[in-house]
Design a protein around this ligand. Structure first.
Ligand code: FE2
Length: 172
């Protein structure tokens, strides 16, 4: 019933990728694959695809076990990665979403930029206040958009993606 389709030559680079620096292109590592599989597992959960969610979770764990622990993880590295996201990653992704008129991607990227800027502000606050910033308080993360909140109780509604507080989970 099916006819073999002639393979079309796929362009090696898109316009967006051509604009990016060569050093931004890299092979996906195990940690990134783990994160992608974890996100796909959550996507499947939301669509009540429990079997697929379990398979993606298994893959995420497999790749997580193969992920090398960065030797230089810390405050300054986090700050640099946030800056790189704000100046390169997010603008490139937003341009790609705009070019393909992908409303879902544009919405998520808007959230991502807000969350990244808030994370940057938290890092700057931590730089100024040190460990006292986290004394007698709790850290909360929105399970949907990644919004980070520091306080005794989570906000009633996530200020970024508007989900109720039941989706804002405490991180210990
Ligand atoms: Fe959120």
């Amino acid at each position: 019933m099916f006819e073999k389709k002639e393979e079309q030559e796929v362009p090696k680079k898109t316009a967006i990728i051509e604009e990016a620096d060569d050093d931004e292109m890299h092979e996906i590592n195990a940690g990134e694959l783990s994160a992608i599989c974890s996100n796909l597992a959550r996507g499947c959960e939301k669509q009540y695809r429990t079997k697929e969610a379990a398979l993606f979770t298994e893959l995420a764990k497999y790749y997580a076990a193969k992920t090398a622990i960065p030797q230089e993880a810390g405050f300054e590295i986090s700050r640099q990665l946030i800056q790189k996201d704000l100046t390169h990653g997010l603008p490139a992704a937003s341009a790609a979403a705009e070019a393909s008129e992908d409303r879902g991607a544009k919405r998520v990227l808007t959230w991502s930029e807000k969350v990244t800027r808030m994370s940057e502000a938290l890092l700057e606050r931590y730089a100024a206040e040190g460990a006292d910033m986290l004394k007698d308080t709790k850290i909360w993360v929105c399970d949907i958009c990644g919004f980070i909140y520091i306080g005794k109780e989570p906000p009633a509604v996530c200020p970024i993606c508007k989900v109720p507080s039941m989706k804002i989970l405490e991180v210990k």
